[in-house]
Design a protein around this ligand. Structure first.
Ligand code: ADP
Ligand code: ZN
Length: 725
C-alpha cells in the first residue's frame, strides 16, 4: 500500500520524501481507521487526504469552512492533474450543473464542500448515489465550542457522517488543545481512532523581537533588504493600518491595506492582489490571513503586540509554508503592554482572568532571554530540548554583539540599595539622571551620592537596563508595589565579582543576525538569484495568463532548486522538488528553455542532484578546526563557503573561533574577501585602532554607519589576525 502512496507523492506531487507523520496517517486512512490529525499550519495536512483520495476507488469528500481556500486547493490539484472540484454558493447555476454531472460520471476524486452545502437535501441525495470512501473534515476545531472558531453548522456534520457508514473519517486541525481534541472525536463519533500530533515547531521561522522605538523607520530598515519578498504586517487598529499603509506607499512599496472598515469587495480584491503577487505587502488587522494558502510569504511583522500567544503563533505561521526561511519580527513596547492591560481591566470575572493569563504568557515569551522556542513550544505543551535553535534572535546573538554593562549595572543597583529598595524602575532612573521631579525632591533623593551620576544614558536606556537586570535575576520586582529589590547575585555585581553583559539596544530590525541564520539546505544558501528572478518573472506571466496565483504553478522552492541544479533536460527536471508529471508536461518546456539559455549565456553547467550535500546545522562541533586549517593551507573564504555549504559569514565566525583559540591566521586571503576600496579599508582599520577592534557596533557608529556589518566582520578578522589578540 504505502509503496503506491510513495509513488504518488513523487509522480504526482513531485516530492521525494514524506514529512513527519504523513506516511503513518495515510496508512491508517487507507486501512479504514478513523484518524485525527493535529499539525501546525504548513505542516502538510492536505497530502494526508489527497494521496488516499487518489488510491481509493470512490470519492473523497472534504468539508472546509473557507470558500477561498477551497478554490485555491482545487486550483492546485488541477495543476497536479488531480480531478477535483468544489460545490458552494459562489458557483453559477451552469457551473453547478456541470460539476454535478462530472460527479455522477465518476470523473472526480476529491469533492470540496462548505458545510452549508453539505447539509442541503439535494447534496445529501446526490452523495447517497455515489460511493464515498473518505469523509475528511478540514479545520475540524470549528466543531468545538472550545475552539477559537466555533461554527454551528459544523456541529451537524455528525449527522451527515451517518450517511456514509462505510467511509473512513479523517479530521484535521492546527488547534491543539486537549479539550478541542476530545470534542472532535466525541462529536464525530470516531471510534477506535488514531490521533497524530505533529510537532508545533516551525524550524524555518526566524523569531525576532525588538524594542519598538521609531516603528516606521524600523520597518523601513527591515523591508529595505526584502524588496521583492511578500509579507504581512499586522497592526492593532484600523487607523494604524491606514497610516502605515500610506507611509509605505509613499516610500514606493507595493502595498495594500486590509481591515474590517473596508467593503467586503475591497478586501477580497486586496487579498487577491497579494496572493497573485501584484503587491508585495499587506498591512492588516488580525482579521487577515485565515483564507489564504499563499506559500511564499517571506515575513510577518507585528507592528503591535498580538492578543495572545495562540494568535501570534497562527499569524507568524502564515509565513514560510513552503518550508523556506521566513522572518517573524515583532516590535515590542512598554506602552503597548499598558494599552492591552488597560483593555483587560475593562473586563470582568473569568473573562478578565483568562485575558490576564494570556497576557502573562505572551510577556513571558517576549521578555525571555534564552531560546524563544522554549516558551513558545512550552505554551503548546511541547518541551523544546535543543538549547540552541539557531533561528531566534537570542540564539543568534553573538558574543561580539554584547556590551559590557557592568558599570551602569553597578550604578543602578547601588541606587536601589540607597533608596532602601522601596522604589520602582522609573524613579531610580530619575535619580540617576539627576531629575528635578517632585517625587525625587520630596524624598531628598537629590542628596544621594548616586544622584545625577547616570547622565551618559537616556531615561529610556536606564529603563531597558532595569528590564535586563530583572531578566537576569539580579533584581526582583515586587508584584504588589512594583518596587525593585536586590537579589543575592546583585551583591556580586556590586562587589565587582560578576560582570554584566548584554544587548541594551534591541531596536535593530535588520542586522547581520539575519545572514547568520544557517539553514540546513545548501540550495537555499547558494541558489542563483539572477536565474531565480528570470524564472519568477516567467511564472508570473504564466499565472496571469491562466488567472492563477503564481505559487500554484510552482512554489518558490521549485524555482530555487532550478536555480541551483540548472537542470537541462526533462529527465533532470522531474527530479526537482515539486515537479510532478502533470506540471512537467504543462510547464517543463518553457522553464527548461529559460534555464538552458541562461546557462549558455553564463557558461554554467548542470549540477548533479545526487551530489548535493546537506550540511548539518551550525552546531557541527569541530568545524572551525577544519575550516581554520584548510584556510591556512591556502583556500579562499569563498571556496570554503562552497565546500562546507554555508554562507561566508559562517566561515568568518569559524575562523574567528579558530583564531581565538590561539591559532595563526594569514590575513591576506581574509582581506581579499572584502570589497571595499583600499582607502576605505584603511579608514576602518584607523577606527578599530581608535575604538578597539572587539565590538563592531562602536566601529559602525564611528564610521557613521558608512560600512555595513558584513564588511566590518571581514576587516575585524583581518585586523585581529594581523595584530594578534
Ligand atoms: P497545511 O494544510 O498543514 O497548512 P499544506 O498541506 O498546505 O499544509 O502543506 C504545506 C506545503 O508543504 C504545501 O506547499 C505542500 O505542497 C508542501 N508539502 C506537503 N507535504 C510535503 C512533502 N512530503 N514534501 C514536500 N513538500 C510537502
Ligand atoms: Zn532559539
Amino acid at each position: 500500500m504505502s509503496q503506491t502512496a510513495r509513488e504518488i507523492l513523487q509522480e504526482t506531487f513531485g516530492y521525494s520524501k514524506f514529512r513527519p507523520l504523513q506516511e503513518e496517517i495515510i496508512t491508517d486512512v487507507l486501512n479504514g481507521k478513523d484518524t485525527l490529525v493535529i499539525m501546525p499550519t504548513g505542516g502538510g495536512k492536505s497530502i494526508c487526504y489527497q494521496i488516499p483520495a487518489l488510491i481509493f476507488d470512490g470519492l473523497t469528500i472534504v468539508v472546509s469552512p473557507l470558500i477561498s481556500l477551497m478554490k485555491d486547493q482545487v486550483e492546485q490539484l488541477e495543476q497536479y492533474g488531480v480531478p477535483a472540484l468544489f460545490l458552494n454558493s459562489t458557483l453559477t447555476r451552469e457551473q453547478y450543473a456541470e460539476n454535478i454531472s462530472r460527479l455522477r460520471n465518476r470523473e472526480i476524486k476529491l469533492l470540496y464542500l462548505a458545510p452549508e452545502t453539505l447539509m442541503m437535501e439535494a447534496t445529501r441525495k446526490l452523495l447517497s448515489e455515489l460511493d464515498v470512501d473518505c469523509f475528511t473534515i478540514d479545520e475540524a476545531h470549528c466543531i468545538s465550542e472550545w475552539g477559537h472558531d466555533f461554527r454551528p453548522e459544523y456541529r451537524q456534520l455528525a449527522t451527515v457522517r451517518k450517511d456514509f457508514p462505510n467511509a473512513v473519517c479523517l479530521a484535521l486541525t492546527a488547534t491543539a488543545t486537549p479539550r478541542v481534541r476530545e470534542d472532535i472525536q466525541k462529536i464525530l463519533e470516531m471510534k477506535s481512532s488514531a490521533t497524530y500530533v505533529a510537532s508545533f515547531d516551525r524550524e524555518n521561522l526566524l523569531l525576532k523581537i525588538v524594542d519598538k522605538e521609531n516603528p516606521l523607520d524600523q520597518i523601513l530598515d527591515f523591508l529595505y533588504t526584502r524588496q521583492k519578498d511578500s509579507g504581512i504586517i499586522y497592526c492593532f487598529s484600523r487607523r494604524q493600518v491606514d497610516e502605515l499603509y500610506s507611509d509605505l506607499k509613499a516610500e514606493g512599496y507595493k502595498v495594500l491595506p486590509y481591515h474590517a472598515g473596508l467593503s467586503e469587495q475591497q478586501r477580497t480584491r486586496n487579498q487577491e492582489a497579494f496572493i497573485r503577487d501584484n503587491v508585495n505587502i499587506i498591512v492588516a488587522t488580525i482579521a487577515f490571513g485565515m483564507g489564504i494558502n499563499k506559500s511564499n510569504v517571506r515575513y510577518v511583522i507585528h507592528h503591535d503586540m498580538p492578543q495572545n500567544i495562540e494568535s501570534y503563533y497562527q499569524q507568524i505561521g502564515r509565513s514560510g509554508r513552503d518550508g523556506l526561511q521566513a522572518d517573524c519580527l515583532l516590535l515590542y513596547s512598554y506602552a503597548d503592554k499598558q494599552k492591552i492591560k488597560y483593555f483587560i481591566n475593562q473586563k470582568e470575572g473569568t473573562e478578565k482572568e483568562i485575558a490576564e493569563r494570556h497576557l502573562d504568557h505572551l510577556i513571558d515569551y517576549l521578555e525571555y532571554d534564552g531560546c524563544r522556542r522554549v516558551p513558545l513550544m512550552g505554551y503548546f505543551g511541547e518541551e523544546y530540548t535543543k538549547n540552541d535553535c539557531g533561528n531566534c534572535d537570542n540564539c543568534l546573538m553573538q558574543e561580539d554583539d554584547l556590551q559590557d554593562l557592568t558599570v551602569q549595572a553597578q550604578k543602578y543597583l547601588s541606587c536601589i540599595a540607597r533608596t532602601d529598595e522601596k522604589f520602582g524602575a522609573y524613579h531610580i532612573a530619575d535619580i540617576l539622571r539627576g531629575s528635578k521631579a517632585k517625587k525625587v525632591l520630596e524624598n531628598n533623593h537629590d542628596q544621594l551620592s548616586t544622584y545625577g551620576i547616570g547622565l551618559e544614558w537616556s531615561k529610556n536606556q536606564w529603563i531597558q537596563l532595569s528590564r535586563l537586570l530583572i531578566r537576569r535575576s539580579l533584581v526582583d520586582k515586587n508584584q504588589e508595589y512594583g518596587n525593585l529589590v536586590l537579589t543575592d547575585d546583585a551583591k556580586l555585581v556590586l562587589d565587582g565579582k560578576q560582570i554584566v553583559q548584554g544587548l541594551l539596544d534591541r531596536t535593530q530590525t535588520s542586522t547581520e543576525d539575519d545572514v547568520r541564520v544557517k539553514t540546513s539546505s545548501e540550495v537555499e544558501n547558494r541558489y542563483d538569484e539572477h536565474l531565480f528572478e528570470e524564472l519568477r518573472k516567467k511564472r508570473k506571466e504564466m499565472a496571469d495568463e491562466q488567472d492563477l496565483p503564481p505559487y500554484v504553478i510552482f512554489p518558490d522552492t521549485t524555482l530555487m532548486e532550478m536555480s541551483y541544479y540548472y537542470p537541462q533536460s526533462e529527465e533532470k527536471l522531474i527530479g526537482i522538488y515539486g515537479v510532478g508529471s502533470a506540471k512537467l508536461k504543462k510547464y517543463g518546456i518553457e522553464f527548461l528553455e529559460i534555464i538552458r539559455s541562461y546557462c549558455e549565456k553564463e557558461e554554467i553547467d548542470e549540477r548533479s542532484k545526487g551530489l548535493s550535500k546537506k550540511v548539518e546545522k551550525s552546531s557541527s562541533g569541530q568545524q572551525h578546526h577544519r575550516v581554520g586549517s584548510e584556510y591556512q593551507a591556502g583556500k579562499t573564504i569563498d571556496h570554503l563557503a562552497e565546500e562546507f555549504g554555508v554562507k561566508q559569514v559562517t566561515i568568518l565566525s569559524n575562523l574567528k573561533k579558530y583564531l581565538d583559540e590561539g591559532n595563526e591566521l594569514d590575513p591576506v586571503n581574509i582581506l581579499n574577501a572584502s570589497e571595499l576600496s583600499e582607502r576605505k579599508k584603511d579608514e576602518v582599520f584607523e577606527s578599530m585602532k581608535k575604538v578597539g577592534p572587539d565590538l563592531l557596533k562602536p566601529i559602525y557608529e564611528d564610521l557613521n554607519k558608512s560600512v555595513d556589518y558584513g564588511e566590518l566582520r571581514i576587516l575585524q578578522l583581518a585586523y585581529l589576525a594581523q595584530n594578534g589578540k
